[in-house]
Unconditional design. Sequence first.
Length: 95
Amino acid sequence: MQSVEQAKAQVHEILGEQYLNLRIASFEYSENFGTGNTRVRCELVHKRPEESLTISGDGVGLLDALFHGVKDRLAKTYTSLLNLKISAFQVSGKM
């Protein structure tokens, strides 16, 4: 398995000038325990040019909602996002 830095370098090399360096300006999260639905709203800022965009998504859990929001918001411009899916997710704790 490659490191985060190796993966980031590879993505940067592949995307070149289309690479976006995003940072989070604000983040909202709500979860309905009755339905299991999670809703997120996130304002992202990228530096080239300094511009913000809002991501809103719904899903089953935080990661699913954020992933759907990013795809819904950016796939029109970055169509390769339509080919991405979350195939595994794991959380580990120190014991």
